[in-house]
Design a protein around this ligand. Structure first.
Ligand code: MG
Length: 439
């Protein structure tokens, strides 16, 4: 309730200047007119309040007060996306009619000729989501209404329970259950239980960089069934359990480990195979009935078309800004519906609150919604992004302001610039002998 009241306050304070008053149709009538709504500027708003580079695109129009925001966050190449927006999309979009979302998406998509990469797709997502935000503001409706309206009252989420031992993870699962979560993802340490690995030989040999991470793949594969056994015993049968392999192991090892998890009835196991190893999916399906979630790293339709149409996995796990925004994500969701594949959009901390709102609006509107990764925003993020989605009792809610419902305090956002030094550490993972592991 508190957040809802804040939102009402935000609207009253003029944070949503284009929101027509309930019951008033004057603003709506004006913008449904035949005149084009011309884009005057597309600009990047980078911000990094907590060490995670977030990027939002603002689309300005020739209509007073009518602007939109979209998420273009790709922290591993954050500066490159800023350039793709400010140096290319701004120029490309000026003068175009903001009402024609699909046309702008299709023409911007091929404007670089070479396409489908994460940098350009994220820039395109910022633009696309901002245009949906504008469309909602013009219609006086939240975006989920434009996408078909609600299929559910709120968005069921899963929480993340971590811990250095199976017992500690189990205690943390219980805490989330007390807070109302019905689904909890369980991970031992970081991904791959890296905290359990002994100092590897490549470090003593002076190979790689001093802060490179390492993982004992066989130890991880032995620990995960123990983790599930401990959590099931301690937390009972009611809670749904999820786990992210995050690629990181050989395909046959992943298949064997997933088979061992069957007695513990996982809700899904995520990313068992790297995108490069997708050919192993038929073999995985022959060996186990554990539901599989996949696709966090997908950028291109060529990566999801065949697996969805062959029902190789049960949840599509796409990171919406990585594929170009709401427009392509809706196409993926509709395609997946016919093959009984449900959505589980990627929702980590390095998605801006605008991006989380985009996830949640789609979650509300598509029938084949599966589950949403939950998120908690700090007070600073809520100040920068008034109107952000929020989670209560394991459900995510969006507000009913027209558009995506999230505003951006640009002045405050710019007080938290990107750091001078790029951080590559998270992706740098090696085996005992120093061989790079795909993260
Ligand atoms: Mg993942």
């Amino acid at each position: 309730m508190k957040r809802r009241q804040l939102l009402k306050g935000a609207a009253a304070a003029g944070l949503f200047p284009f929101v027509p008053a309930m019951g008033s149709s004057s603003a709506r009538d004006h913008f449904v007119a035949d005149d084009p709504v011309k884009i005057t500027r597309v600009k990047a708003i980078p911000t990094c309040p907590h060490g995670l580079e977030l990027l939002v695109v603002k689309v300005e129009t020739d209509q007073p007060g009518l602007v939109g925001y979209g998420c273009a966050t790709f922290r591993q190449r954050a500066h490159a996306v800023v350039s793709a927006i400010d140096d290319y999309l701004d120029d490309f979009c000026k003068g175009k009619d903001a009402r024609n979302i699909e046309d702008i998406w299709q023409t911007a998509y091929v404007s670089s000729y070479w396409r489908n990469g994460p940098v350009l797709n994220n820039a395109l997502s910022g633009l696309d989501q901002a245009l949906w935000d504008i469309k909602g503001k013009m219609a006086g409706m939240p975006v989920y209404q434009l996408l078909g309206g609600k299929n559910r009252f709120a968005v069921d989420c899963y929480a993340h329970a971590n811990g250095s031992s199976p017992e500690e993870v189990a205690e943390n699962v219980l805490k989330f259950m007390e807070r109302g979560f019905r689904h909890v993802r369980i991970q031992l340490g970081g991904y791959g239980a890296t905290h359990l690995a002994k100092e590897p030989d490549f470090k003593t040999a002076g190979f790689g960089m001093p802060d490179d991470n390492y993982m004992d793949q066989q130890l991880y594969l032995k620990m995960v069934p123990k983790l599930f056994e401990t959590v099931r015993k301690r937390c009972g049968e009611e809670v749904e359990l999820l786990h992210d392999i995050h690629e990181r192991v050989q395909p046959l090892d992943a298949i064997r480990m997933i088979e061992q998890l069957e007695p513990y009835r996982p809700f899904f196991i995520e990313d068992p195979l790297s995108p490069e190893n997708i050919g192993y999916f038929p073999m995985l399906r022959e060996h186990t009935t554990v539901p599989i979630a996949m696709g966090e790293l997908y950028n291109s339709p060529h990566e999801w078309l065949e697996p969805i149409s062959k029902r190789w996995f049960d949840f599509i796990r796409i990171h919406i800004s990585q594929i170009g925004g709401i427009s392509p994500a809706m196409k993926v969701a509709r395609l997946a519906e016919w093959f009984n594949v449900r959505t589980a959009w990627h929702g980590p901390g390095d998605v801006s609150p605008v991006g989380h709102a985009a996830n949640a609006h789609i979650d509300l509107a598509v029938w084949n919604f599966g589950i949403q990764e939950s998120v908690n925003f700090s007070d600073t993020l809520l100040e920068i992004f008034p109107g952000s989605p929020y989670v209560e009792n394991g459900y995510m809610y969006v507000n009913d302001a027209p558009g995506l419902g999230v505003d951006v305090n640009e002045e405050l956002a710019l007080k938290y610039p990107y750091p001078d030094k790029n951080n590559y550490n998270w992706t740098q993972l090696r085996k005992k002998d120093g061989t790079a592991i795909r993260p």
